[in-house]
Unconditional design. Structure first.
Length: 129
């Protein structure tokens, strides 16, 4: 199993960023692809037109989101990975930390590139407007 850790600093409050992640409308807006989100434990989520799916495992408002996470490329018998997102606000900016673990061998590198291209770049563009 593999894992990855990444972070990005964005110019908004932890509360707004947390709420945006769990909002279907906002998640769709900041990625540029259809997303469905839930604010409930065990609530299902999907992003990038169904390419990513899973459910909410832990929610601590403005602090932490833990989700099961898989893509349509995962083998049918592969377990979900776990995505832990933490929010650290300082001076009006928030550091979004991503720790994803339980990835299959070879996937950490691929998904690191995916996070940069399909999340961090569009989020930076969207939230710095």
């Amino acid at each position: 199993m593999e894992s990855l850790k990444m972070k990005i600093v964005l110019p908004l409050s932890a509360e707004k960023l947390y709420k945006a992640w769990l909002s279907s409308k906002e998640h769709t807006a900041f990625t540029g692809a259809e997303a469905k989100a839930s604010v409930k434990i065990n609530g299902k989520h999907s992003a990038w037109d169904g390419y990513i799916s899973g459910k909410n495992l832990e929610l601590i408002p403005s602090k932490k989101i833990v989700q099961s996470w898989r893509t349509s490329e995962f083998a049918d018998d592969a377990p979900d990975s776990i995505l832990e997102i933490t929010f650290a606000e300082k001076a009006g900016k928030t550091t979004l930390n991503i720790y994803q673990h339980g990835l299959q061998k070879g996937d950490a590198k691929k998904y690191t590139a995916g996070w940069k291209e399909f999340y961090f770049a569009p989020m930076k563009n969207y939230f710095t407007k």
